[in-house]
Design a protein around this ligand. Structure first.
Ligand code: A3P
Length: 318
């Protein structure tokens, strides 16, 4: 099941081309170690698994796509770097949140996949990989991970719009993609396996893995920002709390602020190898419960039931 050791790019591609494949999303997805991936992204992941040398000081922001990656990147970057930047000339006013925190497995435009190795510690990185795919640190001290998940109904809807938007020639079939999503056959799916890996690790080693929900961040962002700062070992001081710094962090990173910035409306595009994505595509509505505008009540109930069954006994609920 594993690609050959020291595989060349050509043999990696060949390995991937022989994996079980399904059509239905924009382009094929392939099954590798019980997860579905776009072939190009799986290639990146396999390369990253060789190139990425984890360091115990690393902080990794992990998500299923469309669960709040952009938001978590903005918040974490702002919290960690708050002693360096003022709010009036903050990097996020002129740089897209996706660009300030690089993915381990998705190279930034013009950069090689090994770019993250050139960054000084402590590194703030991101990934969509399942937890079991991230290389472990060889010594006892592990890196820290923050995972954010979101109600799968809203994830599905967000993904559906995203895929229809980034590929001009794509018009996804709603019923078919929904069926596939429910069966776990979606990019980085099954979504429940992805959730559960991180969820279990957050219970076993809470000092190592912090588990968040998009909905909690929406309803009480100040509280979550406080928890994040604590987890990052840069808690807010009493003076900062009294001076309203937490609220300033929340405001800078909220949907309305970020979506209204020029850089996020029509700034440069991001290329992850071949795919070109407009910056604005990462900001659509940013609300909880938008699924009702695309899905029927029956579809919502069906997905809820699947989620309940799959998460049963884990303690994780939506
Ligand atoms: P919607 O499509 O429901 O609007 P990701 O960043 O993981 O790709 O997720 C994208 C989703 O997060 C989109 O959801 C997007 O609008 C929303 N989003 C982006 N920035 C946000 C922010 N600052 N606050 C809340 N939601 C945000």
């Amino acid at each position: 099941e594993c690609p050959p050791e020291h595989a060349s790019l050509g043999s990696l591609k060949e390995f991937i081309s022989k994996l079980p494949t399904r059509e239905g999303w924009s382009g094929p997805i392939v099954l590798y170690k019980d997860y579905w991936f776009r072939p190009q992204l799986l290639e990146n992941i396999l390369l990253a698994q060789k190139n990425y040398n984890p360091r115990s000081e690393d902080i990794i922001l992990a998500t299923q796509p469309k669960s709040g990656t952009t938001w978590l990147k903005a918040l974490s970057f702002t919290i960690i770097n708050r002693s360096h930047y003022g709010f009036s000339d903050h990097p996020l006013l002129t740089r897209h949140p996706q660009h300030v925190v690089p993915f381990i497995e998705i190279p930034l435009k013009g950069k090689h996949i090994s770019y993250v190795e050139s960054l000084p510690s402590p590194r703030l990185l991101a990934t969509h990989m399942p937890l079991s795919f991230i290389p472990a640190v060889s010594n006892q001290q592990s890196y820290r991970v923050v995972y954010i998940c979101r109600d799968p109904k809203d994830v599905f809807v967000s993904r559906w719009y995203f895929e229809n938007k980034i590929f001009d020639d794509v018009k996804l079939d709603m019923g078919n993609t929904f069926d596939m999503f429910c069966q776990g056959i979606s990019p980085y799916g099954p979504f429940w396996s992805h959730f559960l890996e991180y969820w279990k690790a957050s219970i076993e080693t809470p000092e190592r893995v912090m588990f968040l929900k998009y909905e909690d961040l929406k309803s009480d962002p100040v509280q979550v920002v406080k928890k994040l700062a604590h987890f990052f070992s840069v808690p807010f001081t009493r003076e900062e709390e009294a001076g309203g710094v937490l609220e300033q962090v929340v405001k800078l990173c909220d949907f309305e602020t970020l979506a209204s910035l020029k850089v996020n409306q029509n700034g440069e595009t991001r290329h992850d190898n071949k795919i070109q994505i407009d910056n604005s595509v990462f900001f659509r509505k940013g609300t909880v419960g938008d699924w009702v505008n695309l899905m029927s009540e029956e579809m919502g109930a069906r997905l809820d039931q699947i989620v309940q069954d799959k998460l049963q006994g884990s303690g994780l609920t939506f």
